[in-house]
Design a protein around this ligand. Structure first.
Ligand code: NAD
Ligand code: UDP
Length: 314
């Protein structure tokens, strides 16, 4: 049994991670400032004897005697991370420094939730870990993209300079139950719009692509990588290589939910990446990992979750 700190533990991915770690018999501390996370995501764990919740901001230093640290604290949806851009970059950079300082002192293994956004608007497709990316350093997405890139730099510098045991994962778009209905990410937006009978808002002409991974597959990859004793620090792509245009996604959601919603087009946000698909060769080789949940099945489960929460049953 390990004692594990999960920053961002009350968020969409963090809460699923807490569930899996507890299922595996570990002791878990969630640290969160509840900016985009919710206590309700963890309400079912409140009386769990191996679980604790701490309200804290990763920008401020913290001390815990732990064996493992998962650093997930950071708003992930464009509308939330652009709401206070300076706070977003501080969260990534200072959160990384605080996690790494703690890992250095305690000898804990530390995991960084990095992102496919480090590849920016990629001109290599699909994206392998060796690709350095194509990122605008001064645009509206930069607080997130460059914050995550700087966090990666810090992780590798602490690894080289202080021999901190790191695991850096680059997460491609992930969806599933416990996403916020109003956080603006495309899968939750389309599902909630269709369930409410509103029109589905496609940004631009809808030919841009993304690859969507179901949350349980991703979290399984996180834990496999943390358990891996090869010493490989990353970066490691985790995501589902199935690639869809936003038009295709909208049509699949409409076919599944039914109703009268139509597709409408909104302007494409600045610097919106044209295409994204992970090359997961490394994860296959190192962890024997690949996603199991196809988009159709993952959407069914996510639609069921939002159907319940929209009708007050969730
Ligand atoms: P989320 O917004 O649901 O979760 C982020 C959590 O971090 C929330 O609980 C939030 O309250 C907390 N948080 C934010 N700022 C904080 C701060 N300063 N101090 C303490 N807590 C803070 O997002 P998510 O989708 O669960 O993403 C989790 C992590 O995975 C993030 O680091 C994100 O960048 C990364 N990621 C997610 C995706 C995805 O598709 N879901 C893709 C790439 C990377
Ligand atoms: N998008 C869309 N309609 C929406 C929300 C997003 O067409 O209501 C598009 C967005 O412009 C982008 C893609 O869907 O091209 C994925 O957006 P999301 O914010 O989910 O993730 P990210 O852009 O960070 O990959």
């Amino acid at each position: 049994m390990k004692r594990i700190l999960v920053t961002g533990g009350a968020g969409f991915l963090g809460s699923h991670l807490c569930d899996l770690l507890l299922e595996k018999g570990h002791e878990v501390i969630s640290l969160d400032n509840y900016f985009t996370g919710r206590k309700t995501n963890l309400a079912h764990l409140q009386n769990h004897p191996r679980f604790e919740m701490v309200r804290h901001d990763v920008i401020d230093p913290f001390k815990f005697e732990v064996d493992w640290i998962f650093n997930l604290a950071c708003p992930a949806s464009p509308i939330h991370y652009q709401h206070n851009a300076i706070k977003t970059i501080k969260t990534s950079v200072m959160g990384a420094i605080n996690c790494l300082g703690l890992a250095k002192r305690t000898g804990a293994r530390v995991f960084q939730a990095s992102t496919s956004e480090v590849y920016g608007d990629p001109d290599i497709h699909p994206q392998p870990e060796s690709y350095w990316g194509h990122v605008n350093p001064i645009g509206p997405r930069s607080c997130y993209d460059e914050g995550k890139r700087c966090a990666e730099t810090l992780f590798f510098d602490y690894h080289r300079q202080n021999r901190v045991d790191i695991r850096v994962v680059r997460i491609f778009n992930t969806y599933g139950p416990r996403m916020l209905a109003d956080d603006g990410r495309v899968v939750s937006n389309f599902i909630v719009q269709a369930l409410r009978g509103e029109d589905l808002t496609i940004c631009g002409d809808g030919t841009q692509t993304r690859s969507f991974c179901f949350a349980s597959d991703l979290i399984d990859g996180f834990v496999r990588f943390m358990e891996n004793e090869s010493g490989f620090p990353g970066p490691l792509n985790l995501g589902n290589p199935g690639e869809f245009t936003m038009l295709e996604l909208a049509e699949i959601v409409l076919a599944k939910v039914g109703g009268k919603s139509k597709i409408v087009h909104h302007p494409l946000p600045q610097d919106d990446p044209r295409q994204r698909r992970p090359d997961i060769t490394k994860a296959r080789e190192l962890l024997n990992w690949e996603p199991k949940v196809a988009l159709a099945e993952g959407l069914d489960r996510t639609i069921a979750y939002f159907r319940n929460s929209e009708t007050g049953k969730g």
